[in-house]
Write a protein that binds this ligand. Structure first.
Ligand code: PBG
Length: 329
């Protein structure tokens, strides 16, 4: 007896495979993270992120035009701040003429239609490398949320379309939403890093921004008192639901690939768009394996992006965005 139902019929040719394909990744899905530094004519490769760069504002302008011409329409900005400007309260983050504020304006003047999202957390501005204010070995929650709200308003003033708080303080979405409303930025959106895990996969990013927690007495060595325990699933749903209730327009799961079970779970629970951050360590792993000839870069990259989308992502923040477009078109 041979089977009447043969699933392989739907796999026989590329045409039938295209016809029945359930998931498609397009350039519209991408949010492109960009690292900005002071200076002029600076475009430096990040050692643990091959072919990814920190760039000064003049290069940022070129990059934005290139991305737009490639069909990529949204960026997520991060800045690397000089050590001399760092303090415990992240004061420089509120400077109306700070690097982030100038970067936002640079993007908007190069390409007014490009969607600009900004990272909102203290770590690049913190002398201790923490996402919040440190006091007696603790990360202060409510005091930090106040600074994040001011920071968000400052980004909105500079022209950001969305702010993206990545800090994991409790209640910060509401604090930020209220501050934006009070200052007249009703249209400025919030993409919340809702389920952000205390992950080892952020290593290369902290190299890129020189933002790792410092090794000083009475300063926590890791971010485990605010970022989530990788062991937890229900907590991710609770965190995300709370952010939606506080006014998040988009929620996020981070990292990506090792947390796709969480992505699906969140997708089933909430009805706002879900973003996934395929983080620096995920990028570094594939680049390294491909460099050694152990994995085929493009095949594995496409498979990973597809898996993220299939799991339920509406938006993918990824360092592979340009590589994707190069192969896709
Ligand atoms: C900062 C922030 C981090 C990332 C995005 N925003 C690092 C961290 O939380 O330590 C990581 C992104 C990546 O690894 O690509 N709050």
């Amino acid at each position: 007896m041979y089977p009447l139902i043969r699933n392989r019929r739907l796999r026989t040719t590329e045409a039938i495979r295209r016809l029945v394909r359930e998931t498609i990744v397009t350039p519209d899905d991408f949010l492109v993270p960009l690292f900005v530094v002071e200076g002029k004519g600076v475009k430096e490769e990040i050692p643990s992120m091959p072919n990814y760069y920190r760039m000064s504002l003049d290069y940022l302008e070129k990059e934005i035009k290139e991305l737009w011409n490639m069909g990529l329409c949204a960026v997520l900005l991060f800045v690397k701040v000089d050590d001399k400007l760092k303090d415990n309260k992240g004061t420089e983050a509120l400077n109306p003429d700070g690097l982030m504020q100038r970067a936002i304006k640079t993007v908007k003047s190069a390409c007014p239609d490009m969607l600009v999202m900004t990272d909102v957390a203290l770590d690049p501005f913190s002398s201790y490398g923490h996402d919040g204010i440190v006091a007696e070995g603790q990360i202060l929650n409510d005091e930090t949320a106040e600074v994040l709200a001011e920071m968000s308003v400052s980004h909105a003033q500079a022209g950001a379309d969305f702010v993206a708080p990545s800090d994991m303080m409790d209640g910060r979405i509401l604090t930020i939403r209220e501050a934006l409303e009070d200052e007249g930025y009703q249209q400025t959106g919030i993409m919340s890093y809702s389920a952000k895990y205390a992950s080892g996969f952020y290593g290369p990013f902290r190299d890129a921004l020189d933002s790792a927690p410092v090794d000083i007495e009475n300063v926590p060595k890791d971010k485990k008192t605010y970022q989530m325990d990788p062991a937890n699933r229900f907590e991710a749903i609770r965190e995300t639901q709370m952010d939606v209730d506080e006014g998040a327009d988009i929620v996020m799961v981070k990292p990506g690939l090792p947390y796709l079970d969480i992505v699906r779970e969140i997708k089933n629970e909430v009805d706002v768009p879900v973003a996934v951050y395929q983080v620096s360590g995920e990028y570094a792993m594939l680049k390294a394996a491909a460099e050694k000839g152990w994995l085929d870069h493009d095949t594995v990259m496409m498979e990973q992006l597809l898996a993220i989308k299939r799991a339920g992502a509406n938006i993918i923040a990824s360092y592979f965005a340009k590589d994707f477009v190069r192969i896709h078109s």
